[in-house]
Write a protein that binds this ligand. Structure first.
Ligand SMILES: O=C([O-])CC(=O)C(=O)O
Ligand SMILES: [Mg+2]
Length: 229
């Protein structure tokens, strides 16, 4: 049977409390807390500075140069969701701008991750609607080809399923599988506490060499100290 294009109506979500905690932790901490997994390619950059979000993914697979399925995805968005878009072959076309962002925000979306291009970036910044994208491009797109909503997709080298947690900030974007999100938050909180203690020791002048007990490692690796005359 020919594979169908589908729009999946799903109730899969990460709980609001977990998402709030992950947003506080931030993308890099969430990545470390998940065993250094989930880092979306750094080629996907934020168009703004200072946004820090965590939401459940609504996934969208589009034909390159065609944003029809983003329009189909808008209807599936629930408050607090992040819309995650890829194309079936590489494209940097400007698939989303301030109009689609206005529509997404009206449904409660808190941001977009786009493995393609974005446009109207001045307006998007003015709106305070955060976007992480591979490119900024004036190139417009059509609404003509089928695709899918809420199926597993790959964005910036990471698999994203519908309802997975997306954590994004100035560092980039991290994907955390829905089933692991609560455990990752617990690990992230432990990490934040341990970093706070380390920060205080570093601020007091203690060296990482001592705090992490790295001197024996340097010696083992054959690094020697040489005093110049
Ligand atoms: O309309 C489009 O196709 C993309 C765009 O510029 C917008 O959403 O404002
Ligand atoms: Mg526009």
């Amino acid at each position: 049977m020919m594979a169908r294009h589908v729009v999946v109506r799903t109730g899969k979500r990460v709980s609001e409390e977990v998402l709030k905690g992950l947003a506080e932790a931030g993308a890099s901490t969430a990545h470390e807390a998940d065993g250094r997994r989930g880092a979306v390619s750094p080629d996907l950059r934020p168009i703004q500075a200072g946004a820090r979000i965590a939401g459940s993914a609504v996934t969208v697979s589009c034909h390159p140069g065609d944003n029809l399925m983003i329009h189909a995805a808008v209807e599936q968005v629930r408050p607090g969701d992040v819309v995650v878009v890829t194309t079936t072959s590489p494209s940097t076309d400007g698939m989303l701008g301030d109009l689609l962002a206005t529509s997404l925000r009206a449904r409660g979306a808190i941001g977009v991750v786009l493995d393609a291009g974005v446009r109207d970036v001045a307006e998007l910044r003015e709106m305070g609607f955060p976007v992480w994208s591979r490119a900024v491009s004036t190139q417009g797109t059509v609404k003509a080809s089928p695709g899918s909503v809420n199926v597993p997709i790959v964005v910036g080298g990471q698999v994203v399923g519908p309802g997975d947690a997306i954590v994004a900030d100035d560092d980039g974007v991290v994907v955390i599988p829905r089933e692991r999100a609560a455990a990752v938050l617990a690990a992230a909180r432990a990490r934040v506490a341990s970093e706070q203690a380390k920060r205080a020791r570093l601020a007091a002048g203690e060296l990482g060499l001592d705090m992490y007990n790295l001197r024996p490692l340097l010696a083992e690796l054959g690094v020697v100290y040489v005093d110049e005359p």
